[in-house]
Design a protein around this ligand. Structure first.
Ligand code: NJP
Length: 271
């Protein structure tokens, strides 16, 4: 039967590819998304090793129910893939407070809901792997990405500490920081944009929107490749704590580390 995987946001994009790659590797997969119908359209009928459940990750009760049903049906959850997420793109002052909160509600608190629901089962078995799909935007922030990065920095900070808290119980963590992946992420189907018009930002916002429109569908990162890497790493006894995926992500993350080192050194010299 292989390991039992629980994947969020499996209807599209990276989550769909991870669910597929795990199935192809002979694993058992519980694929979740806000619409079970979308999952069935994608994967076809359920089989012995494949089960579909409806889950909006912002619903803590639903997360608990999904974890309970998965363990009841398959006896365990070996791998939790906290993948579901989206981006509020644009300049901070163009977002309403509600939009910023919605970003955190999904990317941070939704992701925490799944950990709360699943980790007790992993602790009881003294075994498990939590794969968290963060972003290189969880390590580096840029103009136009402040709100999304804030949510992913929060995911990084939470998971970096939480991973150390659960390690003594045999639970491992893999934080994934992709660069730009060819998914629906930048498309109107997923991404949202700041709604407040501020003339001071008009030109920068227009340039940013043009960048996003141009990048949408042309991102260098292949989600299928990343999914296969994740499935391969999950089967290793000693998976790394982080996977920075894509030349773009490694370049941005490397530049950030260099900049931090310089700033730390300058701080030691008295600033
Ligand atoms: O995006 P997309 P990705 N409850 O839009 C689901 C991160 N990432 O695959 O809308 C449950 O194709 C949504 O479901 P639905 C990114 O931050 C990406 O690229 O109902 N599910 C869909 O299945 C995210 O964490 C890039 O059909 C919810 C999925 O999320 C992860 O990768 C770069 C939900 C989104 O599929 C997957 O995103 C990077 C909710 N409340 C990090 N809200 C990139 N693509 O460039 C959304 O560094 N979903």
């Amino acid at each position: 039967m292989g390991k039992v995987w629980l994947v969020t946001g499996a209807s599209r994009g990276l989550g769909r590819e991870i669910a597929r790659a795990a199935l192809d590797a002979g694993e058992t997969v519980v694929a979740t998304a806000r619409s079970a119908e979308a999952l069935r359209d994608t994967f076809g009928d359920e089989q012995d090793r494949f089960h579909v459940l409806t889950l909006d990750i912002t619903d803590a009760e639903a997360a608990n129910a999904v974890a309970a049903e998965t363990t009841e049906r398959f006896g365990a959850i070996d791998v939790l893939v906290n993948n579901a997420g989206y981006a509020e793109l644009g300049f901070f002052e163009t977002f309403t407070d509600a939009a910023v909160r919605r970003q955190f509600e999904v990317n941070l608190f939704g992701t925490m809901n799944l950990a709360r629901a699943v980790v007790p089962h992993m602790r009881a078995r003294r075994s498990g792997l939590i794969v968290t799909i963060s972003s290189v935007s969880g390590l580096v922030s840029n103009a136009g990405g402040a709100v999304y990065s804030a949510s992913k920095f929060a995911v990084e900070g939470w998971m970096e500490g939480f991973a150390q808290e659960v390690a003594p119980f045999g639970i491992r963590s893999l934080l994934v920081e992709p660069g730009m992946l060819r998914t629906d992420f930048m498309d109107g189907k997923s991404a949202r944009f700041g709604s407040i018009d501020i003339p001071d930002y008009a030109e920068a916002v227009a340039q940013y929107r043009a960048f996003v429109d141009g990048a949408n569908g042309n991102q260098p990162g292949d989600p299928k490749l990343l999914a296969e890497r994740i499935v391969a790493l999950a089967s290793q006894g000693e998976a790394p704590a982080r996977l920075v995926f894509g030349d773009d992500a490694r370049q941005w993350a490397g530049a950030k580390v260099d900049q931090l080192r310089q700033e730390i050194a300058r701080s030691a010299d008295g600033g």
